[in-house]
Design a protein. Sequence first.
Length: 110
Amino acid sequence: MAKRSQKLTYYGYKLHLLITGNGLILDFELTSANVCDLPAGSELLSGHHNLDVVADKAYISQAHASELAATNNIRLLTVPRRNQKVQLPPAVATLLNGFRVTIQAEVQIV
């Protein structure tokens, strides 16, 4: 079942942020609303090195993760989709989801 937001047409812009766990903005990219998150996020991260990045499911791509790891030493951490064969231990998935909820709440306040 598709989420309600996936059935909508978006006009305007999306702000892609690279922030610390404390909410400090390190970098950003402003795109039109119809741009997919994965290419925008990959472009944003390509200017950084030596990071562990918590990302949402829109960033699940072994090819992009491998490229970022090889070229920029960036480890992309995402919670797998339910239908993926390899799953994280429940404690790790809960920790990553908690990080994402905290970050998204801080971003919405700004």
